[in-house]
Design a protein around this ligand. Structure first.
Ligand SMILES: Cc1ncc(COP(=O)(O)O)c(C=O)c1O
Length: 384
């Protein structure tokens, strides 16, 4: 039986799958089982930022796997120590501690717990169209009712306010608020960048009212938007920063980064078996070193501008808006985007959706100009 039949029969059935069996990747290209190449603008949903099969990642995996794969935080470990040193170097001075876990939703679960514990308050304010994951705590902060409602009652005292609206934020954040959780560019919610005025006001309000500001950079972190972290575009520093996706080059990792506004954490009130294992730590450390040494954030900014401008030049009557930051780009159509994503597969380009009408592009940050040209040409073809 082939891979499609086996997966259709025995996986959960919870995903919309495209009927392509991917078996190999190199750089920005992936190949299916028939040897057909595709330019990958999905990167495992923003994971493979350095592309597929990057030698730095392969060497880090092989080197660490042959030394020590697992070592609980019950003990100290050299690979973990080297990683937290790097994380400390690339985050602002006010962020100097890192809880290492395994995914984006897990990072947000912990952030919510840390905020409640630090402030002694319960209320969490999240954003309309925000996305923070699908485990019960993070799901309580995820806006789309179709994900939340089937599982209610969720965690109490979560409320939603409109994204990028200063007045409602000022009205909502109070001395009862434990935390505000926000994305700098809403990813799943349609690739929507927020404004500097909004983020600065959130920062001021949280400080003034004793609430913590949680910035979820699970999708935007580690150079995706043209800065190491997207909050750097807006001159703010969060109290808690959540990270995941691309940090370990494709291996699963999440991080809760924080400083002294997080306090009162009692021993063992938040733990994980796999988090901070030497294998992922060694890879993440090499990924961060590579991002810094090769100035990948700057590259993402330049390539992102190039791609955004080329997509805007298409001037298709089907397109409502092209927007984004760095190499995180959304093309909002005036009609459902799914059929176009499907047609692009036939033309050798893999893209994502964000909601029903947005084509979302998260190519590897190492994508070449000619590959971008190819993607744009194919998008023009399917939109024609
Ligand atoms: C901003 C944001 N937060 C959290 C998550 C959840 O991450 P994970 O799927 O690793 O649980 C995602 C996933 O797309 C995300 O984009």
């Amino acid at each position: 039986m082939n891979a499609i039949d086996l997966e259709d029969r025995h996986t959960s059935g919870l995903y919309h799958k495209r009927r392509v069996v991917l078996v190999r990747g190199e750089g920005a290209t992936v190949w299916d089982q028939n040897g057909r190449p595709y330019i990958d603008c999905t990167t495992g949903i923003g994971v493979a930022s350095l592309g597929h099969g990057h030698p730095v990642i392969l060497n880090a995996i092989a080197g660490q796997a042959s030394r020590l794969i697992t070592c609980h935080e019950l003990f100290y470990n050299d690979a973990r120590a080297a990683l937290v040193e790097r994380l400390n170097a690339v985050t602002p001075p006010a962020i100097d501690r890192f809880f290492l876990c395994n995914s984006g939703t897990e990072a947000n679960e912990g952030a919510i717990k840390f905020a409640r514990r630090s402030t002694g308050r319960r209320e969490i304010i999240a954003m309309m169209r925000g996305y923070h994951g699908k485990t019960m705590g993070s799901l309580s902060a995820t806006w789309d009712p179709k994900y939340r409602e089937p599982f209610e009652p969720l965690v109490p005292e979560f409320r939603f306010i409109p994204y990028d609206n200063l007045q409602t934020a000022a009205d909502a954040i109070s001395d009862n608020t434990a935390a505000v959780i926000v994305e700098i560019v809403q990813g799943e919610g349609g690739v929507r960048p927020g404004s500097t005025g909004f983020f600065q006001r959130l920062r001021e309000l949280c400080t003034a009212r004793g609430a913590l500001l949680i910035v979820d950079e699970v999708q935007t972190g580690f150079a995706r938007t043209g800065r190491m972290f997207a909050f750097e575009h807006h001159g703010i520093v969060p109290d808690i920063l959540t990270l995941a996706k691309s940090v370990a080059g494709g291996l699963p990792m999440g991080i809760i980064a924080f400083g002294d506004r997080v306090r009162n954490l009692n021993k063992l009130t938040h733990t994980t078996t796999f988090g901070g294992n030497p294998l992922v730590c060694a890879v993440a450390r090499q990924v961060i070193d590579y991002l810094v040494a090769e100035r990948i954030a700057e590259r993402a900014a330049q390539m992102g501008e190039y791609l955004l401008a080329a997509l805007r030049r298409l001037n298709s009557s089907r397109v409502r808006q092209v927007r984004g930051l760095g190499l995180m780009i959304g093309m909002e159509l005036k009609e459902p985007a799914g059929p176009f994503a499907q047609k692009l597969v036939e033309h050798g380009v893999l893209v994502l959706l964000a909601g029903t009408t947005v084509l979302r592009l998260l190519p590897p940050l190492i994508i070449e100009r000619e590959q971008i040209d190819f993607v744009v040409e194919k998008i023009a073809t399917v939109l024609a």
